[in-house]
Design a protein. Structure first.
Length: 88
């Protein structure tokens, strides 16, 4: 696995969420009010990753499962989507 994954994907901090924290500082400012971002998450990380991204100002839109039924994908919108205030 280490030959195929970027180092940052394998060394994501003690709780495995460092990449989401880093993206949370960049993605909200890069999205338009109607923009969406889609994030792949590891097995069992959906709740924690979504919370981290919501705290950065994104709005949760949905979760999607892989063929094994594991939540693997989070869809979030920009902070100004639908005219609502961001979730905290």
């Amino acid at each position: 696995m280490r030959e195929h994954e970027p180092h940052t994907a394998l060394a994501a901090g003690a709780d495995g969420l460092d990449a989401y924290r880093a993206l949370g500082t960049q993605v909200p400012g890069a999205l338009t009010a109607s923009g969406m971002a889609v994030f792949e998450v590891g097995a069992g990380q959906a709740d924690a990753a979504e919370t981290c991204l919501i705290r950065s100002g994104l709005r949760a839109m949905g979760r999607h499962r892989d063929l094994a039924g594991i939540e693997r994908c989070l869809t979030l919108s920009g902070p100004g989507a639908r005219g609502d205030a961001p979730q905290q």
